[in-house]
Design a binder for this molecule. Structure first.
Ligand SMILES: [Fe+2]
Length: 367
């Protein structure tokens, strides 16, 4: 029998209007540092809801870019410390949420962000309230944050128990302001978390439960994703599927799809979910050989019978835009080299090595 643990310390509050209704749980201290991107928090309505329930003064940091850099969190940490803030409110997609978590660490620890990767940190991070405006990242319920590290030419995750937000407010109305492209990109990121989590070496009965339920919910929205038209019910179940994906990978971690995807984002600017999408079908073709039962279950829940069907689904969702994506042989070799030494690889079942990874990349992307 497999021994396992299950850790989910984040309080989840879900539903339309939930920030204003349950605003009391948002005040995790005396003065918040509001972390967000340039516009999506305001566009989504989340910004007004938060300001309406905040009891007193606050400080704003609205400079988080897509795929946040070390410099951004360094600046944010300094400002949060200087403003004497004692908790963080993160509003936005995965980038602001991840940046906010690291700013929470830096506000409590006067160290360089790059040192966190090698030395960790000693003082507990400030508590974080997370309010996602996309349905994909799952960051609102994980202990991970990903930064872009220019020196290493990649994105790199940091993990720690105090990176779990204290509270997550999930209001599906906030995701309505996202363009269709972002809705699809982020939905496929959520799908990737659910699939990789279910196929991870660290998968266990409790994470299987959240992964399978998430896949079932995600599948109910395939028609809406194809049509590009979403009711609030669609938005709600995609957001819940995304959060279940986050809860899953908080237990299991991600696998080789994320390891490969990071290079497509870093070197070619593909949004994170789309970068994962490039490799998912071939990953399933690979897992069919090392984990046939689980792969079949995933395909079955999505109403598909083979990895080829899965590839067609992905191609359709991205309106064939991904079909012409190509990489040179040298680029492929380089990205495989980068991925093969990551922890995500040892978490992938079947012990894939350089050769298997190269096969997946060759079959996924034209030269
Ligand atoms: Fe992801």
């Amino acid at each position: 029998m497999k021994k396992f643990g299950f850790s989910m310390p984040t309080k989840i509050l879900f539903g339309p209007g939930i920030v204003r209704e349950e605003g009391g749980a948002l005040a995790l201290g005396k003065k918040p540092f509001l972390v967000t991107g340039k516009s999506s928090a305001r566009r989504s309505g989340a910004w007004d809801d938060v300001l309406a329930v905040l009891p007193g003064g606050y400080e704003v940091f609205d400079q988080v870019e897509n795929n946040p850099s070390v410099e951004t969190v360094r600046r944010g940490g300094r400002l949060a410390r200087a403003a004497d803030c004692d908790y963080i409110i993160a509003i936005g997609g995965g980038s602001p949420l991840d940046a906010a978590k690291i700013i929470a660490v830096l506000a409590a620890n006067d160290v360089d962000p790059l040192d966190l990767y090698t030395e960790g940190w000693s003082r507990r991070a400030l508590p974080v309230a997370a309010i996602p405006t996309t349905a994909g990242t799952g960051s609102e319920v994980t202990q991970y944050a990903v930064l872009t590290i220019a020196d290493e030419e990649t994105k790199k995750g940091l993990g720690g128990f105090d990176l779990f937000p204290r509270v997550a407010y999930l209001d599906p109305r906030y995701t309505r302001s996202q363009p269709l492209e972002v809705t699809v990109d982020t939905a496929v990121d959520a799908l990737s978390h659910l699939i990789e989590g279910y196929l991870a070496r660290r998968a266990a009965p409790a994470s299987d439960f959240t992964a399978l339920k998430g896949l079932e919910l995600w599948a109910e929205n395939i028609a809406a994703l194809k049509a590009g038209s979403f009711s609030l019910e669609n938005r709600a179940s995609l957001l819940l599927a995304s959060t279940l994906g986050g809860i899953t990978i908080a237990q299991t971690g991600t696998c080789l799809v994320h390891a490969l995807g990071y290079s497509l984002t870093y070197f070619h600017g593909l949004p994170h979910g789309r970068a994962n999408a490039v490799f998912l079908a071939e990953y399933l073709r690979y897992t069919e050989t090392v984990e046939p039962q689980r792969t079949e279950e995933i395909l079955g829940l999505l109403g598909l019978s083979s990895p080829e069907d899965f590839g067609e689904l992905i191609s359709g969702l991205f309106r064939q835009k991904l079909d012409n994506f190509s990489l040179s042989k040298a680029e492929k070799r380089r990205y495989v080299q980068k991925a093969v030494s990551t922890r995500n690889m040892s978490n992938s079942r079947g012990e894939p090595g350089l050769e298997e990874l190269m096969k997946i990349v060759e079959a996924s992307v034209k030269s």
